[in-house]
Design a protein around this ligand. Structure first.
Ligand code: ADP
Ligand code: MG
Length: 723
């Protein structure tokens, strides 16, 4: 029997895997695999516990002596919970997470083995990092890199390994990971936002960044996955004729979840809760086999660690259920892709959400201040923000079915829009006779209702939407590390808030009253960044024209977009805010270009192989059968040309395929000879990737006409509907 049918049969035989319901309630096992505060209190002595809390909450450095005590407590807890190894867990620029496991047990030199784990080992390691991407940093400077403990994200146990979240840096201090710049950007926005908060409330001493991600993903049956080389090697289908039924009936979104899938989700959620990931929501997404999982939002650094951890464990658990998880942004043509909405907000240590309307006029002025500054930051760095979510994989999704367009704009909704309009239009007369209360009242600022806003006022086509008490950055890709988007957003907000503060302070120094200084500055900003505001349909062609007229960044080529990181204003922003220096930015863009090239190169090779090894041979076989028939018909003197048309049709597709694959290989050879990473990535984009769609079209046409009994690779209708 054809392998394809065997695998379809195997998939149909995959029954729902039973999951044992945990004996306890989530509230009882939540965080049981985490070295969290309650465990710390149990395993650490009081002075150590208090010192560690001080480090976690206020960043006070921990002495080596105290680190030793923390390590001893952590080791004991880990051993008590079945761990036998430990690892520094970090986020290199390859994407995903990296870990190198070391055993707790060590020979003591006297013929015995003891369990050891010192403060030094907890605090710092020197993984042989030479094979992680570094964009030349460690060639230029010093070959070593080291990982260092991030005490603000608690250690946890996966299987039998204690995982210690760490940063990963070059010996000379440059960041080689996502966590270092994320922490730097969180601290930059903390500083800038706290200073602005002081206009309204002197008691604020810090501002926290919150992130609530929504993870979309596809599931496919493992047996079918295993016989599609494109899924195995690239995470997406490079060919596949559309299924007669896909998402047109809109019957999948929020539909009943198949039992096999529900069982997977239950096990995943249970594991997440044990690891302290506060998962909350699960549902079917729009496309067949597409689902979403979202936790309750957390402090951004922790939330991002949790997302990274989730992506790893989801893959492990899926295998136990005979599934594979596809985190690729566009695994299937013609149906929706997957994103990872980043819900982002800033909150004070006094418990105020700075993007949430308040109860008093002053709180509302504070709210409008933060809102307008964020919009201004997004306006100023819209190209860079787009670069921060751009990748070889996400570029397929942006601008396609149900995904945000490849232009960054901000959606505000009708209520906020009208408040900003009124503020902007309030005449200079009002400003001259400025009386804080009446101007704010007149412009609607003071009356913004505290339970904002018609939550139905949603726009699914906007890449960056205000949703009542937070911003939702919807363009982030499903396989991305959220940090990349968060770093840019936080840094841009920090820079803008800093500039705002200087402008307002300068006015105050000239004798302008505080409220009026704020009001005038806001008014200027609203005017200046108006063009980023767009509440219409982001998918429409008119918007593309309009955005171009407005001067927004409309570039769609990923390699060219990466240049935005090196624009003068980006280098200045990252430098001024202490997030990246020039060397780091150059290194990171190198890595981006290199990764882009490699991904396209792999896809090109896989597509070439599938065409030559699977498609053309099968097409030729079918063609031979038809030829044989036509020949015999003719022998019998029967005049019959229907098959001749079909034969010609198949022949034209196969010869075109051969030509295209050959030309694509030649284009790759030319690109591979180019040393410069940027130039090579541009060539891969402009001269290699351009073949993909054309090759695919011919394969998909052949799929339509060739005998189903011969077709070797699982079809969309088989891949996409889990029974
Ligand atoms: P929707 O699909 O309607 O956007 P979901 O419930 O799927 O909403 O996800 C919303 C996400 O936003 C959740 O992770 C939620 O915790 C998060 N969120 C809610 N309020 C805030 C906030 N103030 N800051 C950051 N994230 C938030
Ligand atoms: Mg959602």
């Amino acid at each position: 029997m054809l392998l394809r049918f065997k695998m379809v049969e195997a998939a149909l035989n995959h029954r729902a895997v039973e999951v044992k319901a945990p004996a306890a309630r989530p509230s009882e096992y939540f965080g049981e695999k985490v070295f969290g505060r309650s465990v710390m209190r149990k395993y650490l002595d009081k002075p150590t516990y208090e010192a560690l809390l001080n480090t976690m909450d206020n960043g006070t450095p921990l002495s080596l002596e105290l680190a030793d005590s923390v390590a001893a407590g952590m080791r004991q807890w880990a051993l008590d919970n079945g761990a036998d190894h430990y690892t520094h867990w970090f986020q290199p620029l390859t994407g995903g997470t990296a870990e190198k496991h070391d055993s707790f047990s060590e020979p003591d030199g006297k013929g015995f083995v003891i369990e050891t784990f010192s403060g030094k080992v907890l605090a710092q390691q020197e993984p042989d990092a030479s094979s992680f991407p570094n964009g030349g940093i460690r060639n230029t400077f010093e070959a070593r890199g080291y990982s260092a403990w991030d005490p603000t994200s608690p250690a946890f146990i996966v299987d039998t390994t204690l995982c210690i979240p760490t940063v990963f840096i070059a010996y000379t201090g440059e960041a080689l990971d996502y966590k270092v710049p994320l922490l730097r950007s969180i601290s930059a926005v903390d500083k800038a936002a706290t200073a602005v908060c002081h206009y309204f409330d002197k008691s604020v001493s810090s501002v926290h960044t919150f992130l609530g991600w929504e993870q979309e993903y596809f599931l496919v049956d493992e047996s079918l996955w295993a016989v599609r080389p494109d899924l195995v090697l690239t995470g997406r289908t490079l060919h596949g004729h559309e299924s007669a039924k896909n998402q047109q009936l809109e019957d999948h979104y929020f539909g009943a979840i198949p039992t096999r899938v529900i069982n997977f989700m239950k096990e995943l959620e249970c594991e997440c809760l044990k690891l302290g990931i506060p998962v909350k929501t699960r549902h079917n997404e729009v496309a067949p086999n597409q689902f979403e999982l979202a936790p309750v939002y957390e402090e951004a650094n922790l939330a991002n660690d949790h997302n990274q951890l989730l992506m790893t464990i989801m893959d492990k658990i899926a295998r136990r259920h005979n599934f594979r998880v596809l985190l690729h942004e566009k695994p299937f043509k013609g149906i929706n892709g997957s994103g990872k909405h980043n819900n982002w907000s800033l909150g004070t240590d006094t418990g105020v959400n700075l993007f949430g309307p308040g109860k008093t006029p002053s709180e509302n002025l504070q709210f409008i201040t933060f809102l307008v500054n964020v919009i201004a930051a997004v306006y100023k760095h819209n190209g860079l923000l787009k670069a921060s979510i751009m990748s070889a994989t996400n570029s397929h999704r942006l601008g396609a079915n149900e995904a945000p367009p490849a232009i960054i704009s901000a959606f505000l909704g009708s209520q906020i829009s009208s408040v900003l309009d009124k503020l902007e239009r309030s005449g200079s007369d009002d400003a001259l006779r400025f009386d804080a209360k009446s101007v704010l009242k007149m412009s609607g600022v003071s009356q913004i209702p505290s339970i904002l806003l018609d939550n139905t006022d949603r726009n699914r086509t906007s890449p960056f939407a205000f949703t009542g008490n937070r911003f939702e950055f919807r363009a982030v890709g499903s396989s991305d590390n959220c940090a990349e988007a968060m770093i840019t957003l936080c840094t841009a907000a920090a820079e803008q808030l800093t500039a705002f503060k200087s402008e307002v302070d300068a006015k105050i120094e000239q004798g302008v009253k505080k409220e009026r200084a704020i009001y005038e500055t806001l008014k200027r900003l609203i005017k200046e960044c108006k063009v980023i505001h767009f509440d219409g349909n982001g998918y429409s062609d008119e918007w593309k024209q309009e955005a171009l007229r407005r001067g927004l960044d409309c570039e769609t080529s990923a390699p060219l977009l990466f240049d935005r990181y090196l624009d003068e204003q980006s280098v200045k922003m990252f430098g001024d805010m202490g997030v990246y220096n020039k060397v780091e930015l150059e290194a990171r863009t190198e890595v981006k270009w290199e990764t882009y090239t490699k991904k396209i190169q792999i896809e090109a090779r896989v597509l070439g192989d599938i065409t030559m090894n699977n498609i053309i041979p099968v097409a030729s076989k079918y063609e031979a059968i038809l030829l044989d028939k036509a020949y015999k018909m003719k022998e019998l003197g029967i005049n019959y040309d229907t098959d001749l048309e079909l034969i010609k049709n198949i022949q034209s597709h196969t010869s075109e395929l051969q030509r295209l694959v050959y030309e694509m290989i030649e284009a790759r050879k030319v690109a591979n000879r180019v040393e410069n990473q940027r130039q090579r990535a541009i060539l891969y984009h402009d001269t290699v990737e351009v073949f993909f769609d054309e090759i695919r079209t011919h394969i998909d046409r052949l799929e339509e006409v060739i005998d189903d009994q011969l077709w070797p690779l699982p079809k969309y209708r088989e891949l996409l509907f889990i029974k």
